[in-house]
Design a binder for this molecule. Structure first.
Ligand SMILES: [Zn+2]
Length: 354
């Protein structure tokens, strides 16, 4: 009589190749179908990749990814009593890690010297990426945020204007992207901005500003449904939470750009950082890109004429050594984006894009 072994039933079936535990496969990597259904360690089920969202707040960034078919898991946040420093992510479970880390230290509106919190939280973000080992990561912050290099990932900076994705406000959002296979996200903009009247930007301090817009109007301005509600939060806290968020249409564009990511060797991107693809003969994609670059050069020249070191340099001087993760050199927080070449590179081998 044949012995029945229940333990044996759980064993790997012959002919099905094993995926080493914790190994992350990039988007588009070949995975035998049987792994998707049975034992994929990276949740590569088509249409439902797992994404970890750090510093989520009410997570408009994550909402955009959900709307594009991702399953978003939210990390701890101070507004819910959580602390990222006590958080650890399982290795190999998440396809991506996204975050809009605290930006006050890097904000132009800041009058006091930076507290160090901004850099400390960038370092926490990098630590979690190293722990989780996702295929890719996105970091959203203000334009003056330093470069964040994480060993094993490429690095790319992008500026995105909500009006290019159907929104009615011109609040530029700044993103950094890393990919383990060095892939480049392909951002698709609307061909025309339409005749929509551009509105005053949504900001965190909206509730105390003169001419405050109504709650439904403010939610709609950020890409949320007019019926959106945040029960249990004060009026000021609700406006702050929504005003701090990434516009939902921008978040959706970022999620789609991730799904459409391509090999870095196959595309060249505009020098201005807009993420547009350019031909071999071009350096910049549009007339607006050329104007933007000129404005940056003029601004840098004005700063040096006035002897003003600028916000970014102030941050750099306050933290001359940047931040390194546990002394192993896995993470480097570099200088500012402005006035530097934008860097794209394969894993571990960053190279200049220009
Ligand atoms: Zn451009």
């Amino acid at each position: 009589m044949t012995r029945t072994s229940f333990a044996g039933m759980k064993r790997r079936q012959p002919g099905i190749p094993a995926i080493p535990p914790g190994r992350v496969l990039g988007a588009g990597a070949f995975i035998p179908a049987v792994h998707r259904a049975r034992q994929s360690p990276v949740n590569e089920r088509p249409g439902l990749p797992l994404v970890l969202s750090l510093f989520p707040g009410i997570d408009l960034f994550g909402r955009g990814f959900e709307a594009e078919g991702f399953c978003v898991v939210r990390g701890p946040d101070l507004i819910f009593g959580g602390d990222v420093r006590a958080f650890h992510a399982p290795r190999g479970r998440f396809q991506g890690v996204i975050a809009g880390s605290p930006c006050q230290d890097f904000s132009r509106a800041r009058r006091d010297p930076p507290t160090g919190q901004g850099l400390a939280m960038l370092s926490e973000f990098a630590r979690v990426v190293i722990e989780a080992r996702p295929a890719w990561w996105w970091l959203e912050n203000v334009p003056a945020v330093p470069d964040l290099f994480i060993a094993g990932y490429s690095h790319l900076r992008l500026d995105l204007d909500p009006r290019d994705f159907g929104a009615s406000q011109a609040r530029l959002r700044h993103f950094q992207f890393g990919h383990r296979l060095g892939r480049v996200p392909i951002v698709t903009r609307r061909s025309a901005r339409g005749d929509m009247q551009s509105q005053r930007c949504a900001v965190a301090s909206e509730s105390s500003r003169p001419g405050r817009r109504s709650w439904p109007d403010f939610c709609e301005l950020q890409g949320l449904p007019r019926s959106f509600s945040l029960p249990g939060m004060s009026l000021a806290a609700r406006y702050r939470a929504v005003g701090n968020g990434v516009h939902v249409l921008v978040a959706r564009a970022v999620a789609r750009a991730t799904l459409d990511a391509r090999d870095a060797k196959a595309v060249r991107l505009c020098d201005c950082g807009c993420g547009r693809i350019i031909t071999a003969r071009q350096r910049m994609a549009t007339a607006a890109c050329r104007k933007r670059m000129q404005r940056r050069r003029d601004g840098a020249a004005r700063h040096s004429r006035l002897g003003d070191i600028g916000d970014v340099e102030r941050i750099r001087r306050a933290f001359p050594n940047g931040v390194r993760e546990r002394g192993r050199g896995d993470v480097a927080i570099g200088g500012p984006a402005e006035g530097r070449d934008r860097i794209i590179g394969g894993p571990g081998t960053a190279r200049s894009a220009s």
